[in-house]
Ligand binder design. Structure first.
Ligand SMILES: Cc1cc2nc3c(=O)[nH]c(=O)nc-3n(C[C@H](O)[C@H](O)[C@H](O)COP(=O)(O)OP(=O)(O)OC[C@H]3O[C@@H](n4cnc5c(N)ncnc54)[C@H](O)[C@@H]3O)c2cc1C
Length: 385
């Protein structure tokens, strides 16, 4: 079988779509395969911090994404009664990259990225099930029985990545200990102006305004994995669970319909030792899925692509470019996965004495110390690491 494309990308999420755009910009030949039959854009919202906006700037996409995103001036951590525990100085953070922080609906970002891709370079309803690597290329096998031969394979098929699990059978998703509901609702009756996350004894509740007068909210509750009780949970159950939480949480839940509720157990993968395997590269969640506690999963996927574009344009072979990518990305993404896991463990405490002590300490911490993790993340230039 002849090689049919120089690059093949598996997975059309943020990582895969943006990689396709970067390869297009470099004039490289690629095909993108996605398992879904249609890409209408699913999910709720996510934050695009200043580092993600910088990555988008490098890819020439920042200005247009700003138009579909909601500028976030503040993002506070609150206690159950709505009192501020930490108020990160987002302006100082933005200054480091000279970029603002945004929140965006996942579907809006996906559809925007999709629109940039040449239609004949994307094949839908193509679930990759395995690959075989020979001296003359890599053959991909799809669930529908078809095959595709490529010179280089970029695996961007998300946290559960079946292709990563073929490459690294031990790298299976690990459960965080908490489960999460999300939805996007209308903001007309609530008029939410700022983003916040509330740490209470029945779990966490986050909310952020979005463009077109919408709110993105999420709620995390401690649980065993794939808990059958929570699988049945409706908005009314969540409203009862969070009934003691401050305004506007009960109101947000009252305004949410069951049909708009998304539910997932929160998982990540233990940091990998490698992302590059000769002609194969792992990127995005397939490479370094993290818990959402630092709001950095998609941001890191965007950083990946900015770095990948740079190394591909600097190196004479793709294999050495992949190694350079790995060198630049491994430590940074490991730091995020580990720090985010730790933040999640502390944020999900249920013991009232532990919560009292944690909250007292958080309130007294100087702002600089409280946002140390974010500062560390944003103070380094990910393009120069
Ligand atoms: C509750 C929650 C909140 C979050 N909040 C934030 C936030 O505030 N900020 C932030 O930056 N990130 C956040 N994230 C993380 C972010 O959503 C992910 O990191 C990001 O979407 C990963 O993008 P990806 O393209 O790597 O993977 P995915 O978005 O998972 O895309 C993978 C794609 O591959 C396809 N696919 C899978 N298997 C196959 C196959 N075998 N063959 C073909 N196609 C396949 C899938 O259908 C999918 O389209 C959050 C995540 C969660 C769960």
């Amino acid at each position: 079988m002849q090689v049919q494309s120089e690059f093949t990308i598996i997975g059309a999420g943020v990582a895969g779509l943006t990689t396709a755009i970067a390869l297009q910009q470099l004039g490289r030949n690629y095909l993108l395969f996605e398992q879904s039959k249609v890409l209408t854009g699913i999910g709720a919202g996510f934050g695009l911090a200043a580092n993600a906006m910088q990555a988008l700037e490098i890819l020439g996409l920042r200005k247009e994404v700003e138009l579909i995103g909601q500028h976030l001036q503040h993002y506070n951590i609150l206690d159950q009664k709505g009192r501020i525990l930490v108020a990160p100085d987002t302006k100082a953070l933005s200054k480091k990259y000279n970029q603002q922080n945004f929140a965006i609906h996942r579907a809006d970002l996906h559809l925007y990225l999709l629109d940039k891709i040449q239609a004949d370079h994307l094949q839908l309803n193509k679930k990759a099930v395995r690959f075989e690597k020979n001296n003359d290329g890599i053959t991909l096998f799809f669930e529908d029985g078809s095959q595709h031969k490529t010179r280089y394979l970029i695996i961007a098929d998300g946290v559960k990545s079946p292709l990563r699990q073929q490459l690294l059978p031990a790298a299976v998703p690990r459960y965080s200990g908490y489960t999460c509901w999300r939805a996007t609702i209308d903001n007309s009756n609530i008029s939410l102006k700022t983003g916040s996350e509330t740490w209470g004894k029945q779990g966490r509740f986050g909310m952020t305004p979005l463009v077109r007068n919408r709110i993105y909210w999420y709620a995390c509750i401690n649980s065993t994995a794939n808990n059958s009780k929570y699988r049945q949970y409706s908005v009314a159950d969540l409203a009862t669970h969070f009934a003691d939480y401050h305004h506007p949480i009960p109101e947000i839940l009252r305004q949410t319909q069951d049909k708009d509720l998304l539910w997932n157990d929160i998982i990540d993968i233990k940091p990998l030792k490698h992302f590059a395997y000769d002609a194969i590269l792992l990127i995005g969640d397939a490479a370094h899925a993290t818990t959402p506690n630092m709001g950095q999963g998609a941001c890191q996927a965007l950083e990946d692509v900015a770095v990948l574009k740079k190394v591909l344009s600097q190196h004479s072979t793709v294999e050495t470019a992949f190694i350079a990518f790995e060198k630049q990305r491994l430590q940074r993404t490991k730091y995020i996965t580990e720090t985010s896991k730790l933040i999640g463990e502390v944020a999900q405490w249920e013991n009232p004495i532990g919560i009292f002590l944690r909250n007292s300490i958080m309130k007294k911490l100087p702002a600089q110390l409280a946002q140390r993790n974010l500062n560390k993340l944003l103070s380094v230039d990910f393009m120069q690491l």
